[in-house]
Write a protein that binds this ligand. Sequence first.
Ligand code: ADP
Ligand code: MG
Length: 461
Amino acid sequence: MLLNQSKLNEIWKTVLINIKNKNIFEDSIFKTYINDSKLIDINFDNIATIEVPWELHKNFFNNYLSEFEAEISNLLDVDINLKIIVSGSEELTSINYNNTTQLTKDTINEIFKTANHISKFYTFENFIQGSSNEKPYAAAYGSAISNEPNFYNPIFIYGNSGLGKTHLLHAICNYLQDNRSEVTFLYIDGNDLIAELINATKNRTVNKIIEQLSHVNYLLIDDIQHLAKTNDTQEVFFNLYNKIIDNNGQIILTSDVYPAELKSMNNRLISRFTSGLSVCIDPPEFSTAVSILNKKISLSKQKLNITDEAITYIAQNYSNDVRQLEGAFNDILFNSILFKADIIDLEFVKQALKEKPKKVVKLDNKGLTPKIIKREVCNYYNITINQIESKSRTLNISNPRKIAIYLCRELLNMPYEKIGKEFGNRDHSTIMSNYNNFVKLMNENSEYKQTIENLKEILNS
Ligand code: ADP
Ligand code: MG
């Protein structure tokens, strides 16, 4: 339960009136011992804290705890335990707070030590756009420049790791810092958020924190999927979330999966997450991967003389994940310094990357299309194109469909959305879950791995 002080006052007033009406205590006792008590907190363990002026009062209350507990439990319809503390005692300082605290950047950093570490490099300018990421880019940029509280809320960016989700969140923060300094924001990673909330619960500062943070203009949480791990923090977060939305704060979340696929996440949260704008981020298509590499080259302090052929090779082989693409680039950079290379050509690149596993199996992609993949998979399984594109869920159709989807993704680097168009206009989240599902199947069953190898060979020939 998270209640502000006026609500708490109201509750306590009612409890005291009810107690008074029961005539358990004489008027003089009431005046001396009870009247000056104050309800100051009800925490998640349903412990209500009563503040009293002196030790004397505390002793009195402790003698009659069950009467007061029965009354407040009855009123709130939950079992409440009372804790009595004396004004000015140390116990109190961790609970008592000032509701009207102005939320500033310093306050945010004080509240959450792990918040707001933003990389200067992750800006909108340094983010290369392509059809794989133009929607999340537009959503992120739109939210950063918008003064309107009614911009999509929340914005939920999802996709596999290494595709620029964190970069976009940092870009929003950098933009706000540089252009809208009056605006407050809280950027925090999902894991850090859990740790902070657990800590706050232990220290009994949760109410205070929620009250203060509820005034933040932007709440950005990276990898919100981690929150699914703990029930209690979901509850706390739910409160914070609602308060921020009520105060017209903008919420932006990232995750590795679509909201509905957040296993163990409370349904109330999932439905909140889907109520705004959900956008998928996909692996960069070839041309975007090339642009990302060129950007890296231009930003590099080292002057690099690299051939187009070499860039093409890196983009073709490592673009399933931009982090891998960067890793490949860094290896080449390192090698070029080590061997004092004047020119970085295809041979040099192949040599530098020879031990680096590739995610994408390189094919002569020029001739390969989704149609060919569908046709070959259909031939392999003896089903028709109509069947593979249909809504049928029988295994002899749905498994080949998953395989074809997997191949479109792996061999052609196609965004989920585009793949969806090839398979009976399915939406990107369905395709994404088909893809992930097949990857899982393949890891569990080596026969599928063999099938993929066979099909790749057919497609390659
Ligand atoms: P995610 O959070 O989705 O796992 P990151 O945002 O950490 O991915 O991105 C991984 C790396 O790839 C970062 O260094 C990021 O700057 C870079 N990156 C990803 N997408 C792009 C892009 N479109 N343009 C430039 N750099 C990118
Ligand atoms: Mg990330």
